[in-house]
Design a protein around this ligand. Structure first.
Ligand SMILES: [Zn+2]
Length: 808
């Protein structure tokens, strides 16, 4: 938890929509009999009441039917649990009271009117802040008394090498960027002391997402490292910035001679990944152990299925009741033409073969419709199969005779891949695995088809374990950290992607209804996007970048944390000592953190990290990306580094956001490499370079855990364009928060937190009356306070200054 001492600085958590603020209205003993089949006669809307979404806890299907019969507004969510059925009802307080009076048991309120109000208030605050920021920038830029203020501002100018290329990446904000579509031209010098423009020019383009202008950006190949760049905006305003080097080569390698690495030689299936970590834990029992996570998956298994017929209205879909490997695959279905003479529809079952004799007219033509065949199958062979018309069709089409057709689960993995609900494993690495050390979590393969990220976790685990005995720096990591590595969060989908459908992204669980895509032909589209099923800023909270369609690639599932894969990660993240995490995906060579979601139409973002947290993310990121680059000089670009929703897109309900917002974990996301399943030489290089980065994350965590260094800060006073005022900024020696007062009071954690000037920018400029007393202190991510000041005590050793211009 960053800066845990600071109640004010603690991230403003969203209103807990799924919080257990229960309106639990327990059934009284008298009412605890079977519910009445219908609500009382006075049931009806009460004007002026707002509705909540409330769980209704039901014993079983009969009680569900009784609930439906009351006519209550259900939101389609019906979940069958071991204890019965949970439905969601959208009810007002008086409707809830009537349900209770009728004998129903209500559970938690999942969404309340105050949730909506809080959402709206948050949205309005965000919009207001955005508008204020733009107005401030535009006003400053057009202030004739302020010749020093330009309408264009260079946010970043990064020079870096990647492969054999030299590249300059520039980001700039222009006050007219929301409304004017102009590109901006960047002039370069060609090194120290050279003329501006001598290094050529490049153009940068608007980065607009969800209709909101964020900034201009663009990268170009250069032939020399510029020292300065200049942008002249379309209105003639000018901005100049010094070029920084992005990911410079460090002077010393963190890997001493004899450091062992390069442990993977091929892609590994989830079964093989788990076997590998079991071997490692067995080989290093003092340093590692295997943890089976609490939830098994639903399993690499399906029911055996077939769809008979061609035209939708005459198609018959058939599913075995047994799993395919438990007898379903032995079942076959035949639609037989019995020949002439007014035959009636009939079903015979011989062993596991189901023969449907179709009805005919006097001339011997088949007359059975799909709906009739479905009914005949369900009544004549209902102990073996379930039949239904195709995708909600009424089934009025006459079926065609079909030869004996085997049902199949269509799963091709060898028998060595278990068909049972699958355990999910993590390897826990560290000399002291008792929760007393700073925890680090790395996890991969939320998305099944991403085959390189699991290898990065295996390579990292082996480097840590095999170098412990002879490398002092590795020993420091394992002696001081509690490292959790889960190489495959989604083993069912992972197996499916190896053996059946290479593009599988989601898990294998079929949430489609029989009237939808539940049939055999829908099988490659089923599944929940495991990385959209988490609890923070999700689809269910109104955020963008996930789908409610069961066949969508970003299907968020029926509810938050509906999937065992997601429950497992939630359990891992709730280990109280975990402070850092890496969510490994592919591809794109991105490196990202929160916020990862926004709501449309106004792109209302999840809360941004504080300036200090953002600085910490950037600082650690530069270490991690430098380590990655050391393998083959591949640079993750500055344009692909930053908050997910700044550099990529919104991903509602992703795991990184859950770890950051719900658990206060510094949570990063890798998008490894260039494709999901690259050729092995490339996959191997990606594994090596991102394992460098993951080991460096461990070093970041180690430095955090041992950080006793106090931050130092300085106050800078500059002239303001407003008479009688001066501009004040703070600088800190390391990523650290600054709390300040302007009224002479001692600063505390309740004081104002120094903020960011804007997206991807540094600290804000405070404009205050000349002579203002400024009192402040800084505190770093590990909780070290400048000067050892105690903000909650009576000490006077905070920093003090006065907002007066230095005399020259
Ligand atoms: Zn992914």
């Amino acid at each position: 938890m960053p800066y845990p001492q600071s109640p004010r600085w603690r991230r403003r958590l969203p209103v807990p929509l799924a919080a257990a603020t229960a309106v639990v209205l327990l059934v009284s003993p008298a009412a605890a009999t079977a519910p009445q089949p219908a609500a009382p006669a006075d049931a009806g809307p009460v004007a002026g009441e707002q509705a909540s979404v409330v769980e209704v806890l039901l014993d079983g299907t009969a009680e569900l039917d009784a609930l439906v019969a009351t006519g209550v507004d259900l939101d389609h969510h019906v979940e069958r649990t071991e204890d019965g059925v949970v439905a969601h009802a959208v009810v007002t307080p008086s409707e809830a009271a009537r349900l209770t009076a009728a004998g129903f048991t209500l559970g938690d309120a999942l969404y309340r009117p105050e949730d909506s109000r809080a959402r709206i208030a948050e949205r309005e605050a965000t919009i207001a802040a955005h508008v204020a920021e733009n107005r401030e920038f535009a006003a400053a830029a057009s202030d004739p008394t302020a010749p020093d203020v330009s309408d264009v501002k260079i946010i970043r100018a990064d020079y870096y090498t990647s492969g054999t290329s030299q590249i300059l990446s520039v980001e700039a904000k222009w006050a007219q960027g929301q409304t004017a579509s102009n590109t901006l031209t960047v002039e370069r010098d060609s090194g120290p002391g050279t003329a501006m423009g001598s290094g050529g020019t490049q153009t940068i383009s608007r980065f607009v997402d969800a209709g909101v202008y964020l900034y201009h950006r663009g990268a170009a190949t250069v032939t020399a490292r510029p020292e300065y760049v200049r942008i002249t905006s379309p209105t003639g305003d000018v901005a100049v910035a010094k070029v920084r080097e992005w990911l410079p080569t460090p002077e010393t390698s963190p890997e001493p001679p004899g450091y062992q690495k390069d442990f993977v030689t091929s892609y590994l299936t989830p079964t093989e990944l788990y076997a590998r970590i079991h071997q490692l834990a067995a080989e290093f029992p003092d340093l590692a152990e295997i943890v089976e996570l609490p939830y098994k998956t639903n399993g690499y298994r399906r029911h055996a299925q077939a769809v008979l017929g061609a035209a939708n209205a005459s198609r018959v879909a058939v599913d075995s009741l047994a799993w395919g490997h438990e007898g379903g695959n032995d079942i076959s279905v035949e639609l037989a033409n019995p020949g002439p003479g007014n035959a009636t529809t009939g079903v015979t079952v011989i062993g596991s073969h189901i023969r449907v004799n179709l009805a005919t007219d006097a001339a011997g033509a088949v007359t059975s419709t799909a709906a009739q065949v479905v009914a005949a199958l369900n009544s004549g062979a209902g102990s073996l199969v379930r039949a239904y018309t195709y995708r909600g069709s009424p089934g009025t089409g006459v079926v065609a005779p079909a030869p004996r057709t085997p049902l199949t689960d269509d799963l091709s993995a060898p028998a060595s891949v278990s068909r049972d609900p699958h355990p999910v494993y993590a390897i826990r690495i560290g000399k002291h695995r008792d929760g007393t050390k700073t925890g680090v979590l790395a996890y991969a393969q939320e998305h099944a088809r991403e085959w390189v990220p699991p290898l990065v976790t295996i390579e990292t685990a082996e480097r840590l374990l095999r170098n412990y005995a002879h490398d002092g720096r590795t020993k420091q990591l394992l002696n001081n950290l509690d490292i959790w590595i889960a190489p495959s969060i989604n083993p069912d989908g992972g197996h499916y992607s190896f053996y059946d459908f290479n593009s599988q992204r989601k898990n294998m669980t079929n949430h489609c209804p029989l009237t939808g895509a539940a049939d055999f032909l829908g099988r490659d589209s089923w599944g929940v996007d495991v990385n959209r099923n988490y609890t923070e800023y999700s689809l269910f909270d109104g955020y963008s970048g996930a789908s409610s369609s069961c066949t969508s690639g970003t299907y968020a599932g029926p509810s938050e944390l509906s999937e065992p894969e997601d429950k497992n990660l939630d359990w891992l993240a709730s280990r109280p000592n975990i402070k850092f995490s890496m969510n490994l995906h592919s591809s794109g060579n991105y490196f990202m953190w929160s916020p990862g979601a926004y709501a449309l139409p106004d792109r209302t973002s999840a809360p941004r990290p504080s300036l200090a947290d953002e600085s910490f993310f950037w600082g650690a990121s530069s270490r991690i990306l430098t380590a990655i680059k050391q393998h083959r000089n591949m640079a993750v670009t500055p344009a692909r580094t930053g908050p997910i929703s700044d550099v990529l897109y919104s991903a509602a309900g992703n795991s990184g956001d859950m770890l950051w917002y719900k658990y206060g974990i510094y949570a990063w996301n890798f998008e490894v490499g260039t494709s999901f399943q690259p050729q092995w030489d490339e996959a191997h290089d990606e594994t090596m370079e991102f394992a460098n980065g993951l080991v460096e994350l461990m070093r970041v965590a180690r430095d955090y855990a041992s950080d006793k260094k106090r931050p130092e800060s300085t106050l800078t006073i500059a002239p303001s364009s407003t008479p009688g005022m001066v501009n004040v900024t703070f600088d800190v020696s390391e990523p650290a928060a600054v709390f300040y007062t302007l009224d002479g009071a001692a600063p505390t954690y309740e004081s104002t937190l120094y903020g960011s000037a804007g997206v991807r920018e540094g600290g804000e400029t405070l404009t205050v009356p000349a002579g203002t007393r400024v009192n402040w202190f800084s505190v770093d991510a590990a909780g070290n306070v400048e000067n050892n000041y105690q903000p909650d005590g009576n000490g006077k050793n905070y920093r003090k200054g006065q907002a007066v211009l230095p005399t020259s």
